[in-house]
Design a protein around this ligand. Structure first.
Ligand code: PLP
Length: 847
């Protein structure tokens, strides 16, 4: 959805104009350099037509999303009636007060009063302090490190961020900072698991100590989740003890719910989650639900000692905000928005809780409801890494996600989506966040634990996070992959699971496919299955390493109907990208082959592109008809391992052809490439294909950011080894040795014993059958298929079985055509006992 560089040209012009005319204090445009044209729901469109998911929500203001249509209609209607009311009573205001009081816990409603303040959070914080000072006759205020209460002089005095206030002389006096329960960086260096919230003890000690230096304060002001301070939820015991202590010492407890209020944490106010009743609640941001300014303090009536006019202000009667505030509460109740906030919060927790294990620079992940923070730090020193957070923020912006940073050194990425964010949008945004983290945290997987005794890989394992996130989008995979946090714990994906996941992807939003092609593929040796391959088929990435064609080439693009269409489209794209001419071809019958080869030769075709299976068929035909195709200079294959027997046939029948290969399958797409200088069975993995060998079996994970399949540690079915390639490339190459399962190599050809025996049993008078491989690996290697018959008279049965099997098993037929004596069929009365029953019940290997 991001079409231009950020900022785009029109945005850049507005930003430039702004920088010349507005104060140097401007803040958000510095790290989020966009100029907004319009916004709706969770999305913001800039003046250049780029659309972003908005996880800033106007700093937590637009709780029901931008320009919620019902709220817009309510505001418009009110605009026609009455707008600015000072503190005169109106119906809109009366309903607003009723709605606000109704949202309080039952025990509080009857004894709380409301004061409307100037429209910002800081205005309300100021009001709360004035109220408490007046009511108690005291002058000091207790606040906490890391707090943010606003930018007015008084609120700033109560804010922890020293950089913001050190150049402002004469702040409000009598403000005392105490440690906050920031357990990830305990101010007392205690262990959160064993600590009994001792940081409250500091406050308690100071307040009770007659020589503690602080007079009993007018108020203790607390954020239950520090927002700007880095999304730090207070520890429950900390809050409870503060409430008890302030009661014991008769100090009004003010909770600043400017950011946490109005549903942000999944309760209307965060104090409800902590099971406390404060004396003063400060609220502002999301009161109107749609961004119209309003601020209130809601306080215990016993504090209501203000004289008439004690806290006045012009902008205290925003009727539009009152009307939409009432409507917002109605919508929140009607649509169960708070339940959704809790559910979405759990979604975030599930997705992000494993991050610190996966990224060594992720120091902590914390939050509640729809208020989350990811803190980045140097893994050795623990120093906050604001630079990484800003880089991740920028990457998110470039990928279409707006989010803010906060906390010490700005090292916390803060997620503050509208409360109405959907599961899908949240997932997409979290994907972007995870990708950004993977990109900015160098050496992301140092923490990963790989059991090296069984697994080896050609490169460092990829960050599991973004990949797991991909898998977690599929309900069928979520349960399996959700618990994994470290790479070594990521389970291997089975073919069935992949198929189910792809079905789920296909049944979802069309956009969810991310511009992919859908293929139904039978491959060469298995059941038909589906796959999704990115629309560009990674052609540019592959051609960065593998350039078999030049503009002089004329490519015959042969494909087997109904199989591996992906390969066919891929070659067309490769030819187009290389400037070569292409002759797309398919469905050739054997008896047409000769005349078509004549045609290709006459047309000056120089290259042939096919899958190994189709290629073998052609080679087989060339062998049968005893002809060669000397003008063919290049042979391109993509698919399963290219074996030695095929190489030998190429050398014999296509003597001038250089072989260029791509190893892979529709599920994994292209894993690696080779050139005529490499061994045909050895490939160089593409940089985004993470290759592991687990007990020899090849596992592939596609880490390309545009990979649509949830392809995680997918076992391709071949075994391999890492080798030095004769081409001399320094990095280890992957040599593909053969199948991991019961497929076996006979005269270097892949054979399925089950398939052969199945073919034999398909003949009417065959009861059962058994395959024996004799003298494997020697020049006397032979395959014997023994059958038992249903009848005693079995005239010509061995010949019938033989020709039926050879016709049905392409690979075997092709091998046997070169060595007819290598395959024989016998009829027996008893099948031999088989000691390899577990894996290949039908295969007996004897010497
Ligand atoms: C907890 C808290 N209190 C007060 C404020 C100040 O609100 P305003 O910027 O509307 O003055 C903020 C703003 O982010 C806040 O998060």
């Amino acid at each position: 959805m991001v079409r231009t560089a950020i900022p785009g040209p029109r945005g850049a012009a507005l930003l430039a104009s702004q920088s010349q005319r507005e104060s140097n204090a401007r803040a958000y445009p510095r790290n989020l350099p966009i100029a907004v044209a319009r916004a709706r729901g969770c999305f913001v469109e800039d003046v250049d037509g780029n659309v972003f998911v908005d996880f800033l929500s106007g700093a937590g203001v637009v709780s029901l999303g931008h320009s919620h249509p019902e709220l817009v209609a309510t505001a418009k209607a009110q605009l026609d009636e009455f707008v600015h009311g000072l503190d005169l009573p109106t119906e809109a205001k009366d309903e607003f007060v009723s709605a606000q009081l109704r949202m309080l816990p039952a025990g509080m409603r009857d004894h709380m009063r409301i004061q409307f303040c100037g429209p910002t959070g800081a205005n309300a914080v100021d009001a709360a302090i004035k109220l408490c000072k007046t009511a108690t006759g005291r002058g000091d205020v207790v606040v906490f490190s890391g707090a943010f209460h606003g930018s007015s002089t008084a609120a700033l005095s109560m804010t922890g961020w020293v950089g913001q206030k050190e150049r402002i002389a004469n702040p409000m006096p009598g403000v005392h900072f105490f440690p906050y329960s920031y357990c990830a960086r305990c101010p007392l260096s205690l262990d959160p698991d064993t600590c009994a919230t001792n940081c409250v003890a500091v406050l308690e000690n100071q307040l009770r100590d007659t020589h503690g230096g602080i007079a009993t304060p007018a108020a203790v002001v607390l954020e239950l989740v520090q927002g700007e301070g880095g999304v730090i939820p207070a520890r429950p015991e900390f809050v409870t003890r503060i409430r008890e202590l302030t009661r014991e010492l008769d100090i009004p407890l003010v909770v600043d719910e400017v950011q946490t209020g109005c549903g942000r944490t999944g309760d209307w106010f965060a104090f409800e989650r902590y099971g406390i009743e404060p004396d003063v609640v400060v609220a502002s941001k999301a009161l109107s639900g749609v961004g119209l300014p309003a601020a209130v303090i809601i306080y215990d009536e016993r504090l209501d000692v203000w004289a008439p006019g004690a806290h006045s202000g012009t902008f205290r009667g925003n009727q539009l905000a009152f009307a939409t505030g009432v409507e917002a509460i109605r919508i929140i109740e009607r649509d169960g928005v708070l339940d959704d906030v809790r559910a979405r919060g759990e979604q975030v927790r599930r997705r992000l809780s494993g991050l610190p294990a996966r990224h060594r620079h992720v120091f902590d992940v914390r939050g509640t409801g729809l208020m989350w923070g990811i803190e980045l730090a140097d893994p050795r020193t623990g120093e906050p890494r604001g630079d990484l957070a800003r880089e991740a923020q920028r990457r998110c912006l470039d990928r279409g996600l707006i989010l803010e940073t906060g906390g010490r050194a700005g090292a916390v990425l803060r997620l503050l989506p509208p409360l109405v964010v959907t599961e899908d949008v949240l997932d997409t945004a979290l994907d972007i966040v995870e990708d950004a983290l993977a990109a900015v945290t160098p050496d992301p997987t140092v923490k990963a634990r790989i059991p090296l005794e069984t697994t080896e890989s050609v490169s460092a394992p990829p960050a599991a996070g973004p990949l797991l996130a991909r898998a977690a989008r599929m309900p069928s995979l979520r349960a399996k992959y959700g618990p994994a946090t470290e790479w070594a714990d990521v389970p291997v994906l089975s073919k069935d699971e992949l198929n189910t996941a792809i079905e789920e992807l296909l049944s979802g939003e069309p956009d969810g496919r991310g511009g992919a092609y859908v293929y139904a593929s039978g491959g060469t040796i298995s059941e038909p299955r589906l796959s999704l391959i990115p629309g560009d088929m990674f052609v540019p990435d592959i051609l960065a390493h593998w350039q078999p064609l030049d503009p002089h080439d004329v490519v015959v693009n042969l494909f087997t109907p109904g199989r591996l269409w992906s390969a066919h489209y891929f070659y067309n794209a490769v030819a187009a990208a290389s400037g070569a001419a292409v002759v797309p071809f398919g469905g050739l019958a054997d008896d047409e082959l000769d005349s078509w080869i004549d045609f290709f030769q006459a047309q000056g075709c120089t290259a042939l592109a096919a899958t190994p299976t189709t290629l073998k068929r052609l080679l087989l035909h060339l062998g049968h008809s005893g002809r060669t195709w000397p003008a063919l200079r290049k042979l391109l294959w993509v698919g399963e391992k290219f074996d030695d027997a095929t190489s030998a046939l190429v050398a014999k029948h296509l003597p001038e052809a250089e072989v260029w290969g791509l190893y892979g399958s529709t599920e994994t797409w292209v894993i690696g490439w080779n050139t005529p200088l490499c061994r045909p069975d050895t490939v160089h993995p593409l940089p985004y294909q993470y290759v592991e060998l687990r007990d020899g079996a090849i596992l592939i994970t596609n880490t390309h950011e545009r990979c649509v399949n949830p392809l995680l540690r997918y076992q391709v079915g071949d075994v391999g080894e890492f080798v030095d390639c004769p081409c001399g490339r320094p990095a280890a190459a992957l040599r593909v040795l053969g199948r991991v399962d019961s497929y076996f190599k006979f005269l270097n050809q892949l054979i399925s014993p089950e398939e052969l025996v199945g073919l034999a049993c398909g003949i009417d008078d065959v009861l059962d059958a058994q395959l024996a491989l004799l003298a494997p690996g020697t020049t006397a290697e032979r395959l014997v298929l023994n059958v038992r018959s249903t009848s005693d008279s079995r005239p010509g049965l061995p010949d019938r079985v033989r020709s039926h099997v050879l016709a049905g098993h392409l690979g075997l037929g092709y091998v046997v055509s070169d060595a007819p004596a290598a395959f024989e069929v016998g009829v027996v009365d008893e099948l031999a006992s088989n000691d390899r029953t577990a894996k290949t019940p039908l295969l007996v290997i004897t010497r």
